[in-house]
Design a protein around this ligand. Structure first.
Ligand SMILES: NC(=O)c1ccc[n+]([C@@H]2O[C@H](COP(=O)([O-])OP(=O)(O)OC[C@H]3O[C@@H](n4cnc5c(N)ncnc54)[C@H](O)[C@@H]3O)[C@@H](O)[C@H]2O)c1
Ligand SMILES: O=C(O)C[C@H](O)C(=O)O
Length: 328
């Protein structure tokens, strides 16, 4: 019997990430080459027409796996029966802003969306928040979906991980495929900590293979500030690379991470590595049977500890700020 289509809801479907993402989902790259998808596109009323235009193009691709497209400005309809939800719709920052500056502007979007997910999503719903500030927006949505297991809400730090892979691959002149166990810890912000002490290149620790100055003064700031560098260069925030990272995140979540490797994702902390329980923070994770597990038992030296603590402090401040705004 042919497999029933998986319902994939994408918010902000008419935006720039949406445009880069939808065609990859419809082509089978999000879930796998044998899985049909039904797209549910959520937009604000003013952008529904533009989403309809994108849907026309999606139809015109005649993707064999695309079982249908629904477009709505109603969150309840968009998430009804959703198996996978990609929460992209939110305002991007512009030059000179930090992602945290978007808390007030965007936080309000995620409360009703969390409620709508709680009300109608499928039992196996998996949520990835891309809209910034992603970790705290994921926290807001999660807090408003009390009937959904908290671990189904995740925030995207896969783009940071991919950026870290690209920087290290260029530095060591090795293909990205020879790098394993790249971790991003903390917030998807300038305080994030891309960790080379647990990453491996050809089976040896990456940190041993680069100068300490490069690691501290070039690698970490380049990865952490890459979003701002893209905005500076492109005049708009990253879109195709963000869409690609979202595809990577969901693909691994659904299909499992490779044996002997791990990936990074913002997941609800269970207190691991001293990150306060409940915060949505990036950790090294593996996916097994459709569920993320935080990799345990990594030793953290003082350098790593200090950087993780700084990013986690920022997450706690963001949580307190949205609590003050009445969003959680
Ligand atoms: N986590 C990451 O790594 C990462 C990477 C890149 C961008 N982002 C973030 O993703 C978000 C989207 O970026 P973009 O470049 O596509 O922006 P964009 O402005 O091009 O598109 C955003 C879209 O969201 C829609 N939208 C706004 N409010 C909505 C709501 N309540 N429901 C549904 N749709 C809504 C808008 O109408 C617009 O079409 C931004 O917040 C950006 O900062 C995150
Ligand atoms: O940096 C931004 O504001 C957009 C996005 O989060 C990115 O990392 O590219």
């Amino acid at each position: 019997m042919a497999q029933a289509p998986v319902n994939v809801t994408v918010t902000g479907a008419a935006g720039q990430i949406g445009y880069a993402l939808l065609f990859r989902i419809a082509s089978g790259q999000l879930l796998g080459a044998d899985t049909p998808v039904r797209l549910r596109l959520l937009e604000i009323p003013q952008a529904v027409k533009a989403a309809e235009g994108t849907a026309m193009e999606l139809s015109d691709c005649a993707f064999p796996l695309l079982a249908g497209i629904d477009i709505t400005d109603n969150a309840k309809q968009a998430f009804d029966g959703a198996n996978v939800a990609l929460l992209v719709g939110a305002r991007p920052r512009t030059k000179g802003m930090e992602r945290g500056d978007l808390l007030e502007a965007n936080g309000g979007i995620f409360k009703p969306q969390g409620e709508a997910i709680n009300a109608g999503a499928a039992d196996d719903i998996k949520v990835l928040v891309v809209g910034n500030p992603a970790n705290t927006n994921a926290l807001i949505a999660q807090r408003h979906a009390p009937d959904v297991p908290a671990e189904r809400f995740t925030a995207m730090t896969r783009l940071d991980q991919n950026r870290a892979l690209a920087q290290l691959s260029a530095k060591l002149s090795v293909p990205v495929t020879e790098i394993r166990k790249m971790t991003i810890w903390g917030n998807h912000s300038a305080t994030q900590y891309p960790d080379l002490f647990h990453a491996e290149v050809n089976g040896r620790t990456a940190a041993e293979q680069v100068e300490r100055e490069w690691l501290a003064d070039e690698f970490i700031p380049t990865v952490a500030k890459r979003g701002a560098a893209i905005i500076e260069a492109r005049g708009a925030s990253s879109a195709a690379s963000a869409a690609s990272a979202a595809v990577d995140h969901v693909y691994d979540w659904v299909n499992g991470t490779a044996e002997g490797d791990w990936t990074s994702a913002g997941v609800v902390s269970d207190g691991s590595y001293g990150v306060p329980e409940g915060l949505i923070s990036s950790f090294p994770v593996v996916s097994k049977n459709g569920a993320w597990q935080i990799v345990q038992g990594l030793e953290l030296d003082e350098f790593s500890r200090g950087r993780i603590d700084a990013s986690v402090r920022e997450l706690a401040e963001e949580r307190d700020a949205v609590a003050k705004l009445g969003l959680i």
